[in-house]
Design a binder for this molecule. Structure first.
Ligand code: AMP
Length: 457
């Protein structure tokens, strides 16, 4: 998963882009980059790790210009090395093209082979690079037609921002898997994965980019064109953005994430009430549903686990070793609150089951008498091909285990998941979601080769 930002016509475009990265850091912690354009030249800053920690003022000051795009990366194709840091910047007919992409394409192999056979030389092992090759190969007279022709060849999930000299382009795939929002700041416009980025910049939230929409921004003008596929395909917004990924202070898919998560918790309480002394969430992601659950049942809500804020999201480090280490140091249950109590523990989801198992171990060690676990989404049984790192089926605990077997593995007294219907019933855009990770029913053809490192040399 990744976060993207675009800034047009602001005298400190790269600073604004950096603020955007700061707000979107949760979408990817492996690497980050900014490309700016000053009317003559492009300037680039790319670093591994957190933008928040690794970008210094001096580095950002060197990124002069009134246009900028930025990216924060969590790899879902391509390995985690420096050549795979976005934005991708190329020169085409002596003009710069920079692109930052969120989502996974599903016809990567086909396009890659076709482009290579036609002479393309790829510099990275990310599907995102395909966009610049397609743009380079498509005759570019009229800008709108050029973009439509190039993007129409791509299938799968993409929200992207493009920097083409004085033009800032934003595009969302025809099914709208990933979010993309338009904001206004002074005389210019901003694009960002989530609305929380605009709050950080003190920009105004204008609207979401529609599925299949391409916005062409120049100065204070915004022109929209649409991919022909948009009218033929049903929306497939990623429901996991709502459950876990997006920030609670964001508005995406026409809803506020905090309120969505509380409603998920309320629905969970209706479906699976539990008798307990109090309700607690696994921070941070489980807290919102826990609050909704507690309010629905009139039970006390306790913040019984303290989060160490100096550690990022545990899943976001791509190796299992680092994941396990970070799980251990990140959260600490409060013994004085938990000891001797019957507790309901709310988690937003169970993916591999390893984090939940150690969390429950710790809550048990803190003296809980009974632990009833409730999950604010259904069991995840199928991988994601659209940008969430739900790996192979084998790594998904619910793929071949029953709820009872998962409960035994995690060692809880009871375990219940929210139903699919219950989950979708609380969403504002009810019929518009992709829930393939819960059903195995994919809204597109799935890729032939699903290896994350398929483009690696
Ligand atoms: P686990 O018990 O190991 O399945 O971890 C569950 C926690 O990790 C939940 O809060 C999940 O929402 C969160 N998580 C989110 N995305 C992922 C992912 N791609 N892989 C693993 N865990 C994830």
């Amino acid at each position: 998963m990744c976060g993207i930002v675009g800034v047009s016509h602001h005298k400190e475009a790269s600073k604004i882009a950096f603020l955007g990265l700061y707000a979107l850091q949760h979408r990817g912690e492996e690497a980050a980059g900014i490309v700016s354009y000053d009317g003559h030249d492009t300037h680039v800053l790319k670093k591994s790790g957190l933008a928040v920690d690794n970008f210094d003022e001096e580095g950002i000051r060197r990124l002069t210009g009134h246009m900028a795009i930025a990216h924060t990366r969590y790899s879902t194709t391509g390995s985690s090395n420096t050549k795979n840091i976005q934005p991708i910047l190329v020169s085409h007919r002596r003009k710069p093209i920079a692109v930052a992409h969120n989502g996974n394409l599903t016809n990567t192999e086909e396009l890659y082979s076709k482009l290579e056979n036609e002479g393309s030389i790829f510099q990275t092992s990310m599907d995102s690079e395909i966009f610049v090759h397609l743009l380079a190969k498509t005759p570019n007279g009229d800008m709108a037609q050029w973009l439509i022709k190039a993007f129409s060849q791509v299938q799968g999930a993409y929200s992207l921002v493009l920097l083409l000299e004085d033009y800032l382009i934003g595009a969302r795939d025809p099914q709208g898997f990933r979010p993309l929002c338009l904001g206004k700041l002074g005389d210019g416009y901003i694009l960002a994965s989530e609305g929380c980025a605009f709050d950080m910049m003190k920009a105004e939230f204008v609207r979401e980019i529609a599925p299949g929409e391409i916005v062409i921004i120049k100065g204070n003008k915004v022109e929209s064109v649409y991919l022909p596929e948009a009218s033929k395909k049903a929306n497939a917004f990623c429901v996991f953005e709502n459950i876990y990924f997006a920030r609670p202070d964001s508005r995406i898919f026409n809803d506020n994430i905090y309120q969505v998560r509380k409603r998920l918790g309320q629905q969970l309480a209706i479906e699976h009430p539990a008798k307990a002394d109090f309700v607690m969430g696994i921070p941070d992601s489980g807290n919102y549903a826990a609050l909704g659950y507690a309010q629905q049942l009139g039970l006390p809500f306790e913040m019984a686990i303290v989060r160490n804020h100096y550690i990022g999201r545990t899943f976001i480090q791509p190796t299992q070793f680092l994941r396990e280490f970070r799980v251990r140091v990140k959260l600490n249950p409060i013994r004085d609150v938990i000891k001797g109590k019957k507790v309901v523990v709310i988690e937003d989801s169970i993916v591999r089951g390893t984090t939940s198992r150690s969390r429950i171990d710790e809550i048990r060690e803190a003296g809980a008498k009974e632990i009833h676990m409730r999950i604010s989404c259904p069991p995840i049984i199928s991988p994601c091909f659209y940008g969430i790192d739900f790996p192979s089926k084998g790594e998904l605990i619910a793929h071949n285990k029953t709820v009872k077997e998962i409960a035994d593995f995690i060692k809880v007294d009871s375990l219940k998941f929210l139903s699919l219907e219950g989950m979708l019933s609380v969403m504002k855009e009810k019929g518009s979601f992709c829930s393939a990770c819960f059903t195995g029913k994919y809204p597109t053809q799935i890729p032939k080769n699903t290896d994350k490192l398929k483009l690696e040399i």
